[in-house]
Design a protein around this ligand. Structure first.
Ligand code: ZN
Ligand code: ZN
Length: 394
């Protein structure tokens, strides 16, 4: 890759992409007014306006909204009332427990630092966290812990790419990402032990390792822009083109064959629908003329060998609209008649665009390299290490 292209990439990427720390708004919709912070590993220092208070790892900070400010207490007693509070690890990497008290919430644990500000009549909680640790936390929250290292690497790269392309979503609120589906679900650090239940997750270490091994790696397209790293549960044997689902053509989201997901949990589905209901839908909701030639034939027998974009060639009836209207598991289905009913026989689960998770999972089980998995589902993309760009530009 030449340096002009790399310069172009730097131009297109968000300003903060070179940063290795992200700021994540924690439980923002809960409008928290009282929370407890306690160190889990390492000592912390509290910067409360201009005051500095050392918080050793046996102490805790009790923070309450109070008349537009934050009241701070520790085990030593009341410390004071401040406008902003930042609690930072003394050494490079500390971990802490966080408990929402009002409103009540489950105990969680996080990596690195915490910032508390006042917004309207509640506290705004922001976790300043190393990007790889954040990525590990998201992968654990989103896909769980029953997978292989190679798949975790794939998910970590997708998650990192997605995070960086969403860095500006919360610019107005003064943090970069929220912890809900809107950005990506982040329920805290990728911990081996759940702080509330004590349940052990041996797989958590594997996830953290995958995030570290792939540290800084993101997926860019031919124009060196971050890709929309779409994924779904099961493609049914063939992924979908982006424009078939979202109208937008993206050169790297092309339909590809996938033989790895056939035996996946969500490879097949079936639905029985009375013929008269389906006919009524086609005429009333889709505007088809029941008197037109081939109407009944097409309505009661429809086959998708390869994935199609439209129902029976009608450019006003995209298959993804039918999927949405009928809450089908996928738009990759065929129809045949059985007595008074129609049987909808479908393949796959999800929109079908980008990576097929169950296919990728099976590929990883066959020890196929994470790079090959990514290149299989995303056409002509490049894996690039953000940290090496500065070096390459010298
Ligand atoms: Zn968000
Ligand atoms: Zn698949």
């Amino acid at each position: 890759m030449n340096s002009i292209r790399i310069l172009a990439l730097l131009f297109f990427l968000p300003y903060s992409i070179m940063a290795t720390t992200v700021s994540v708004g924690i439980l923002v919709s809960k409008k928290l007014t009282t929370v407890i912070f306690s160190p889990l590993s390492g000592d912390y220092v509290i910067t409360a306006d201009s005051a500095r208070i050392i918080l050793d790892n046996k102490d805790l900070a009790y923070l309450t909204y109070s008349n537009g400010k934050i009241a701070l207490k520790t085990l030593k007693g009341e410390i004071g009332i401040y406008s902003t509070i930042r609690i930072e690890s003394v050494r490079e990497s500390g971990t802490f427990k966080f408990k929402p008290v009002i409103p009540y919430g489950r105990l969680r644990s996080y990596d690195d630092d915490l910032e508390i500000r006042v917004v309207q009549q509640h506290l705004r909680i922001i976790n300043h966290v190393n990007l790889d640790k954040y990525v590990a936390g998201v992968v654990k929250s989103e896909i769980g812990i029953t997978s292989s290292l190679e798949l975790y690497k794939v998910q970590a790269i997708i998650c990192r790419t997605y995070s960086l392309s969403n860095f500006r979503k919360h610019e107005e609120e003064d943090y970069q990402l929220c912890d809900k589906v809107h950005c990506q679900v982040y329920a805290g650090r990728c911990a081996v032990t759940d702080p509330e239940t004590g349940i052990m997750y041996a797989g958590a270490e594997k996830i953290a390792r995958a995030a570290e091994i792939t540290s800084g790696i993101i997926i860019v397209d031919d124009n060196l822009e971050l890709v929309t790293a779409a994924f779904h549960s099961n493609c049914g044997g063939q992924t979908a083109n982006s424009e078939d689902v979202w109208s937008k053509f993206l050169p790297y989201l092309r339909s590809v064959r996938d033989t790895f997901c056939y035996r996946g949990r969500n490879a097949r589905w079936k639905r029985r629908i009375p013929e008269r209901k389906w006919i009524s839908y086609l005429t009333k909701s889709c505007g088809l003329d029941p008197a037109s030639s081939n109407f009944t034939k097409n309505a009661t027998a429809f086959t998708q060998g390869n994935r199609a974009r439209y129902y029976a060639g009608h450019s006003n009836i995209p298959l993804h609209k039918i999927r949405k209207d009928w809450k089908f598991k996928s738009a990759y289905f065929s129809i045949y008649k059985q007595y008074e009913d129609l049987i909808f026989s479908g393949k796959g689960f999800g929109h079908g665009v980008g990576m097929c998770q169950q296919g990728a999972m099976r590929m990883a089980e066959y020890h196929i390299d994470y790079k090959k998995i990514i290149h299989h589902y995303y056409t002509d993309v490049t894996l690039i290490e953000i940290g090496s760009l500065k070096y390459l530009l010298k």
